[in-house]
Design a protein around this ligand. Structure first.
Ligand code: SF4
Length: 408
């Protein structure tokens, strides 16, 4: 459990007003002090995240957040931090003191999360703290029809019910890399260049997770460098169900295997796992119709070490200028800019997002959609400019259909 990376853990976020007892609840849940507790409102100034195993749901990362009713310049920033965490959560816990009338920020959040307004589609658990006090009539109406878990953190009352509610929640599950693509007994052939861009002495996350997924499915995984693909493929006594290549070796891989061999890339597997292939394809259609001097944002999710011929900062801009529009202007970010800044862009090209959760990526996609900025993904863009779409979409019939409709 302790070795599961954060990007693969279920994200649970505790949110609510200051002094609601969120940190006490975290401590009671973990059975030890993991978050600072005091009677002073606003004690939690930064989100605090700890690993936890939820029975039935598996490894989770639980985050305690600053109060959503914090005030002042710093308070506003803390509220933004808390809401950003809640936006990217898979599962939310709304913590509120049962005996107090709801404040304005609290009422707004309750309506957004529970009353059918935008944001109410994510599973959210309602928790009343201070269960030794009478429930305020407004809060009593909140719990009608949806129930509220009543807790009293100092003596651990209600914690078992909270754990049971977390276990029973059904957040959207992130698909595994090979989900629906291979089955027991199949062979998957993986192609990865070991060049200057490859980290020393290890494989990268998408490669490791794809191998592990093949093994979990009782399939076989064989890994080769792109130079050995041609000869290795012809030595095989069994046809691979799927060949998965690093995006940067796409053209060579496609040329070295039969045309009717199912082929895709790690990046496309992760575009599906972390994001939404249909949205990324719509973004590609927007790229194909890019206006004059398009402003393109290259958006990544981590601060990985950049090589001289870096895919995001060098290769993709070069290919875009060569094959799409030579007057494109590029910017590079690791976090999503604010709404005003986002509105400047005609297109976002996003990395494979291997270091963030599907929930965090969904929050990014939602914000891009509401800003009207189309988004595509590294793997799909590279397959397209290499002339390998729709072939790389063959394993994904829905995406293939979306592609056909967009480019018919
Ligand atoms: S830039 Fe994106 S795809 Fe590359 S390692 Fe970081 S999160 Fe993963």
């Amino acid at each position: 459990m302790t070795q599961t990376p954060l990007s693969e853990r279920l994200r649970v976020v505790f949110a609510g007003p200051r002094n609601a007892g969120k940190s006490s609840l975290m401590n009671a849940l973990f059975g030890r002090e993991v978050a600072l507790v005091s009677d002073i409102p606003g004690t939690t100034t930064d989100p605090v995240t700890r690993s936890f195993e939820i029975p039935g749901l598996g490894p989770a990362a639980i985050t305690d957040t600053p109060g959503i009713d914090d005030e002042g310049v710093l308070g506003d920033q803390r509220v933004r931090l808390a809401m950003n965490r809640a936006e990217s959560a898979d599962l939310r816990v709304f913590v509120t003191p049962s005996h107090l009338a709801p404040g304005e920020a609290e009422q707004t959040l309750f309506e957004a999360w529970f009353a059918g307004k935008s944001g109410s589609e994510k599973p959210t658990i309602l928790v009343f703290t201070h269960s030794d006090r009478d429930v305020h009539p407004d809060k009593a109406s909140w719990s009608e029809g949806r129930g509220a878990i009543r807790t009293e953190a100092p003596d651990g009352r209600g914690i078992d019910s909270l754990v049971a509610a977390l276990s029973a929640a059904r957040p959207e599950r992130e698909p595994t890399p090979l989900e629906g693509l291979v089955k027991e007994g199949d062979l998957v052939l993986l192609v990865t260049p070991i060049d200057l861009a490859a980290p020393a002495g290890r494989l990268i996350t998408p490669q490791v997770q794809t191998i592990r997924d093949a093994l979990d499915r009782d399939a076989s995984a064989l890994m080769v460098k792109e130079r050995e693909l041609y000869s290795t493929y012809r030595m095989l006594g069994k046809r691979p169900k799927l060949v998965v290549t690093d995006s940067q070796a796409f053209s060579k891989a496609a040329a070295d295997i039969p045309e009717d061999q199912m082929l895709t890339s790690f990046s496309i597997l992760f575009a599906r796992k972390k994001g939404d292939l249909a949205k990324f394809l719509a973004g590609l259609a927007a790229a194909a119709k890019a206006p004059r001097s398009p402003k393109v944002l290259i958006l990544e999710s981590c601060a990985h070490h950049r090589q001289a011929d870096d895919i995001g900062t060098v290769k993709i801009p070069r290919l875009f200028r060569q094959l799409v529009r030579d007057d494109a202007e590029f910017s590079f970010e690791r976090g999503l800019p604010n709404e005003a800044e986002l509105g400047r862009y005609d297109l976002v090209i996003h990395c494979g997002a291997c270091s963030i959760t599907r929930g965090a990526m969904a929050a990014r996609l939602e914000r891009l959609e509401s800003s009207g900025v189309p988004v595509t993904n590294y793997g799909l863009f590279l397959a397209w400019v290499n002339g390998l779409l729709p072939r790389a979409l063959e394993p994904f019939p829905d995406a293939m259909e979306a592609w056909t409709a967009l480019f018919a």
